[in-house]
Write a protein that binds this ligand. Structure first.
Ligand SMILES: C[S@@+](CC[C@H](N)C(=O)[O-])C[C@H]1O[C@@H](n2cnc3c(N)ncnc32)[C@H](O)[C@@H]1O
Length: 233
C-alpha cells in the first residue's frame, strides 16, 4: 500500500492526526497513576450542572457518555435509572470506572473505544454527555466529533457539554496547534468561539460557567469550565 498519500478525507485527517500527539498513548499515561493532583481524580461525584439538568426535568432513557474517564457521571446517570453506554479511549480509565461501578453496584456498559470508531446504533440515544473530551480534541477532529454526536442522538435528543473556558486553557487558534506541533493543555474556548462550534447543529438551552464546588462534596464543580445543555436541531 502507498504510504503518506492523501486520496480522501480520511487520509487528510490521518495526516493531521500525525502532526499531534497520539491520543490513546497520551491518555493511558495520564491514567497510569491514580494519585496525581488532577481535580476529577480525587472526586467521585458527578458534575454539578449535570445534577441540575436532572433536577430540572431531563429524563433520558438511553445515554451515551463520551470520554467517561473514571466514570463519575456515568455512575450518577445509571443511579438515576438511565441505561448508560460509556466509552473512553483509555483502558486504564475504563478499568477504574468499572471498579467504581462494581463498588456502587450499578450496571453500565463500558467500552474502551475511540469515539470515532465506536459502532453505536444510529439515532438511539436520548442524551449524549461529554465532560472534558472536546477541549482536548485536535481541531481537525471537531467536525467528525459533532457528526458522531448527531448520528448517535434520536431526533430532538439532548447534548450536554463541559469544556474549558479561557481560565482552563489558552484561547489558542486552531491553526496554531499545527504550527507548534502540540495540543498543549487543550483549547480554552471563549463563549463566542464555543457557540460558533455548537450553534449550527444545536439549540442552546443553557450555557453558563460551572459553579465552584468546595470539597469535600458529593458534586464536582470548577469555574474554569463552561457547561451547556443543548437540543439537536
Ligand atoms: C479530561 S478527561 C475527562 C474524564 C471524565 N469525563 C471526567 O470528567 O471525569 C477526558 C477524557 O476523554 C477521553 N478521550 C480523549 N479522546 C478520546 C476519544 N477520541 N475517544 C474516546 N475518549 C477519548 C480521555 O481518555 C479522557 O478520559
Amino acid at each position: 500500500m502507498t504510504k503518506e498519500v492523501i486520496l480522501n478525507y480520511d487520509d487528510l485527517l490521518n495526516m493531521l492526526d500525525n502532526q499531534l500527539r497520539e491520543p490513546r498513548e497520551f491518555w493511558e499515561g495520564f491514567y497510569s497513576n491514580r494519585d496525581k493532583e488532577i481535580p476529577f481524580f480525587k472526586i467521585k461525584g458527578p458534575d454539578e450542572n449535570l445534577v441540575e439538568y436532572y433536577e430540572n426535568g431531563l429524563n433520558p432513557t438511553r445515554v451515551l457518555e463520551i470520554g467517561c474517564g473514571p466514570g463519575r457521571n456515568a455512575i450518577y446517570m445509571a443511579q438515576k435509572g438511565c441505561k448508560v453506554d460509556a466509552l473512553d479511549i483509555s483502558q486504564n480509565a475504563i478499568d477504574w470506572a468499572m471498579e467504581r461501578a462494581r463498588k456502587d453496584e450499578v450496571d453500565i456498559n463500558f467500552y474502551c473505544h475511540s469515539l470515532f470508531s465506536f459502532p453505536f446504533e444510529p439515532n438511539s440515544y436520548d442524551f449524549v454527555y461529554d465532560c472534558g473530551l472536546l477541549h482536548h480534541l485536535a481541531p481537525h477532529r471537531r467536525l467528525s466529533y459533532l457528526e458522531v454526536i448527531k448520528k448517535a442522538l434520536k431526533p430532538n435528543g439532548y447534548f450536554g457539554l463541559v469544556c474549558f473556558n479561557t481560565d482552563g486553557a489558552l484561547d489558542t487558534s486552531d491553526w496554531e496547534f499545527y504550527r507548534a506541533g502540540s495540543l498543549n493543555k487543550g483549547i480554552g474556548y471563549t463563549e463566542k468561539r464555543l457557540k460558533e462550534v455548537l450553534a449550527k447543529d444545536f439549540d442552546i438551552l443553557n450555557f453558563r460557567r460551572m459553579k465552584k464546588i468546595t470539597q469535600p462534596s458529593e458534586f464536582f464543580g470548577e469555574e474554569f469550565l463552561w457547561t451547556s445543555l443543548m437540543q439537536m436541531k
